[in-house]
Design a protein around this ligand. Structure first.
Ligand code: G3P
Ligand code: MG
Length: 348
């Protein structure tokens, strides 16, 4: 039954609805918390006129750190505890590729951080652009490794290594050299660096952890994201080889991400609140029409969703208002606190 009243000793939890939050542009911007987010979390945690708690999860396309580390950071920013059991980032579903690929090129992120993330997922053999530059510094004419990068990189004879897949885990810190290395591998013979295929028929698959062309960071205007690197790589491959390149992306708006989120929410509600049923409605709060709103709407109307997924667009990130969003949300509000209030009002 719906928790519609409180007792003096404990706060009840609703089993009827739940929230899922995007992070950048909704809760955080350029590493700083958006003030409305702190109040929104308080409302969810029971500070509302019905005295109920409302379960919630976080679904970001961002990445570059382990889920654990990201939750510690988010806990500090939101001034409450966030658990990895309620958190999905762009590269979380990439852990399923461990079954398929042994040796992978992992691109993006700060230093060698993403190597650590990938190894944590269980990848047996992780190669980074740093390893390749250390082995042959002529790979990237305009990039030399810093002392730290050199120390942390692992050179070996790449002519003998079969790199089976390319995984872009987080935003590239150096597009030119990362793209050179990805192209070298795509154009190689049998996935061996240093060789060139005659046919370009044996390119390894490329996976991006998401497809956001732009995102909301500290600057007033949106900044280029991983989806822009994807567009650029595909165009460059075409320019150099004359062939089209098909790449893959995880993250929102992919249905798989929302299915993953459904499983996570089910598990989270069961483990922390003892609720063993699906909520009737999940309110998804996002700032990017192409990822958050599109994904929520498409999942809602797909056969794979077991309940209503209700999209709410805020004006604090990629979308700023004033124009018609490219994908129409069920509701548009100023910020995440208003989004939470909107959901609650709809329920009572
Ligand atoms: O790089 C992260 C960005 O593209 C989106 O993050 O939290 O808005 O899904 P988020
Ligand atoms: Mg966002």
């Amino acid at each position: 039954a719906t928790a519609s009243h409180t007792t003096s000793t404990e706060t009840l939890v609703t089993d009827k609805f739940a929230f899922a939050f995007d992070i950048d542009g909704v809760l955080i911007r350029g590493g700083k918390v958006i003030p409305a987010a702190i109040d929104a979390m308080k409302v969810l945690n029971g500070d509302n006129r019905y005295g109920i708690k409302i379960p919630y999860i976080f679904v970001t396309n961002g990445g570059g750190k382990t889920e654990q580390e990201r939750c510690i950071q988010l806990s500090q920013q939101l001034q409450m505890e966030v658990s990895p059991g309620q958190f999905i980032c762009g590269h979380t579903p990439m852990r399923e590729l461990v079954q398929k690929y042994h040796t992978v090129l992992v691109v993006g992120g700060e230093g060698e951080k993403c190597r650590e993330v990938a190894e944590g997922y269980g990848f047996k053999d992780v190669v980074t652009p740093g390893d390749i530059i250390k082995d042959n510094e002529a790979t990237t004419p305009f990039r030399t490794l810093t002392e730290d990068e050199y120390k942390n990189s692992r050179a070996r004879n790449f002519a003998e290594v079969d790199i089976e897949a390319i995984l872009v885990f987080a935003d590239s810190r150096d597009w030119a050299s990362d793209q050179q290395i990805i192209l070298d591998l795509l154009m190689s013979k049998n996935h061996r660096l240093g060789s060139r295929s005659d046919t370009y028929h044996d390119a390894p698959p490329v996976f991006f952890s998401h497809n956001d062309v732009v995102w909301s960071a500290s600057h007033d205007l949106t900044r280029l994201g991983m989806g822009a690197l994807r567009v650029s790589l595909e165009a460059m491959y075409k320019a150099v080889t004359g062939r089209a390149l098909q790449t893959n992306a995880f993250g929102k708006p992919q249905l798989g991400t929302f299915q993953f989120a459904t499983r996570l929410l089910r598990q989270w509600r069961l483990e922390t609140h003892g609720i063993d049923s699906a909520p009737d409605t999940v309110y998804f709060v996002g700032d990017t029409p192409e990822s958050d709103i599109r994904g929520t709407n498409e999942f809602d109307s797909s056969d794979s969703s077991e309940n209503t997924w209700y999209s709410i667009l805020v004006r604090t990130g990629v979308y700023q208002g004033g124009t018609t969003p490219t994908f129409a949300p069920r509701a548009t509000v100023d910020n995440v606190l208003d989004a939470v209030r909107h959901g609650i009002e709809r329920e009572y």
